[in-house]
Design a protein around this ligand. Structure first.
Ligand code: BES
Ligand code: MN
Ligand code: ZN
Length: 498
């Protein structure tokens, strides 16, 4: 899909479809008023007959309307004018993408951005359009035989802006939205792949491919021997029950001068989490192929950063392995020594994410990072606490936490702060080692993050628990690509701060 911005306040351009909005209660939006005039009151008549959408997210396609330069007019319900904000705008654009997907139009112009939307500048208005339409076009890379995915008809979408400055801003937004979308696309593809294809070696190959595609990225893969040399005893313990060899994947993006401290993004890359000897219940175990979603999203964010050529340095570090049971697997009561030197009593082999992440966090110290953010499908407890709506956000630095929270708000990919601290660290006491890898059922998301905080001392660190947000289950089963939008927004802001 190709996106561009145009200046057209009179809704006078020729196009396959003009997308215009109508508020609840018969209140015509900016562009709809023009359409109503050109058609000699068609929309007023539709309203009288009760056929005009107004409720947010509803739509009506008018084919071949007389007097209009567009071949079709798509009416989108915007809800009440007073309530029309960022969320409502996104929902309206989603309705437009859905309706256009069902039509035969090959090109269209979105006029919804001409409405008054308090919280949104032209950049964000356009960014949302690119994100929504690209996400709508996303297809799971399926391995079903026979059925071919039909190509969508829509190939070009323009966003209408009020003047040339607005159109220039909108173009920047379209670029950002396109980059975010390709990052999400990569992330979703990787997470949706089955675990017999998406192994640690496969993830490594895809990370190397990124380096081939972008000269600003260099990828380094550390194999089992290298991990032993680094003394990553905690990471290796998780991997030792699997026939798939583990990999530490390191991608360095350079967009600023060499001396500038990088942002480290650390991803949990468990390509399948069976639970290990503390085997999981079989129900929904298949969804544990998504346990590498943290890895997938940091790679997706990196791809977006490279596409946008941000003036920052970023290092992506992924601990990739399987968590499997076999005769050599790590057992409950085993004590392992992490790269930091701290010893860990493994009381539950299913609490493996923190065991791989702690060594990745220690590894990140060599970069003297300005900040590190780890992204992980870490705890079922986080899903209980926040559901699928917010990612859990924990940090040892209030400013960094606030930066990430705000990035999530702007990107409609929200995160909610949860506590860490000594109380939770106390729950991790072990009689036999420096700390245990579980802290009881209570506050499970917080004790997991508190465990990580023990390895992030003196680092500016934040943790995103994406167990609830990274994928959907049920009939909608599939990766969401979250939190790529949050991460890119965060990095964009760091980038423009130089
Ligand atoms: N990958 C899981 C967390 C998870 C579970 C994410 C369900 C999404 C849905 C993680 O490795 C795990 O198994 N965590 C355990 C920790 C427990 C043993 C302390 C959990 O949350 O049950
Ligand atoms: Mn687990
Ligand atoms: Zn896991």
């Amino acid at each position: 899909m190709e996106f561009k911005s145009i200046v057209d306040v009179k809704v006078s351009r020729a196009t396959g479809c003009a997308v215009v909005g109508i508020y609840e209660g018969g209140d015509l939006g900016f562009a709809a008023k023009y359409i109503n005039t050109y058609t000699q009151g068609l929309l007023t008549r539709l309203q009288k007959s009760g056929d005009c959408p107004g409720k947010l997210g509803t739509s009506l396609m008018l084919p071949d309307p007389e007097g209009v330069s567009a071949a079709r007019v798509l009416l989108i319900g915007l809800g009440t004018r007073l309530n029309f904000g960022r969320k409502q705008y996104r929902k309206a654009v989603q309705a437009a993408a859905q309706a256009l997907g069902k039509s035969g139009a090959s090109d269209a112009i979105n006029y919804l951005g001409l409405e008054e939307i308090a919280e949104l500048d032209w950049q964000y208005r356009a960014r949302i359009v690119a994100e929504v339409f690209a996400a709508h076009a996303y297809k799971i890379p399926h391995l079903k035989t026979a059925k071919k995915i039909p190509k969508p008809a829509l190939t070009q979408l323009s966003v209408a802006a009020v003047d040339r400055q607005a159109a220039t801003d909108a173009n920047v937004g379209l670029k950002i939205g396109t980059a975010v979308s390709s990052g999400m696309h990569l992330s979703r593809d990787l997470a949706n792949l089955p675990p017999n294809i998406c192994t640690p070696m496969y993830l490594s190959a895809r990370a190397k491919q990124l380096a081939r595609e972008w000269s600003s990225i260099r990828t380094k893969i550390i194999d089992e021997r290298g991990l032993k040399a680094l003394k990553m005893g905690s990471f290796l313990a998780v991997s030792q029950g699997s026939d798939q060899p583990p990999r530490l994947i390191v991608c360095e993006y350079r967009g600023a001068k060499r001396g500038k401290a990088p942002i480290c993004l650390i991803g949990k890359g468990i390509t399948f989490d069976s639970g290990g000897i503390s085997l999981k219940d079989p129900s929904a175990m298949d969804e544990m192929k998504f346990d590498m979603s943290g890895a997938a999203t940091v790679l997706g964010a990196l791809r977006a950063v490279a596409e946008l050529k941000l003036a920052i340095n970023v290092v992506v570090i992924i601990a990739a392995c399987e968590n499997m049971p076999n005769g050599r697997a790590v057992k409950p009561a085993d004590i392992v020594t992490s790269m930091s030197g701290q010893t860990i009593e493994v009381l539950n082999t299913d609490a493996e994410g923190r065991l791989v992440l702690c060594d990745a966090i220690t590894y990140s110290r060599r970069y003297k990072p300005a900040a590190i953010v780890d992204v992980a499908t870490l705890t079922g407890a986080c899903v209980i606490a926040l559901g699928n709506h917010f990612s859990g956000l924990m940090s040892n630095d209030d400013a960094l936490a606030e930066e990430l929270r705000k990035a999530g708000l702007r990107a409609d990919d929200r995160a909610w702060p949860l506590p860490i601290g000594e109380e939770y660290v106390d729950q991790l006491k072990s009689n036999f080692a420096d700390l245990a890898n579980i802290g009881g059922r209570e506050g499970g998301a917080c004790t997991a993050a508190a465990f990580l905080s023990k390895f992030a001392k003196d680092l500016t660190w934040a943790h995103l628990d994406i167990a609830g947000t990274a994928w959907l289950g049920g009939s909608q089963k599939g990766s969401t690509g979250r939190p790529v939008p949050l991460l890119v927004d965060f990095l964009l802001n760091r980038g423009s701060h130089g």
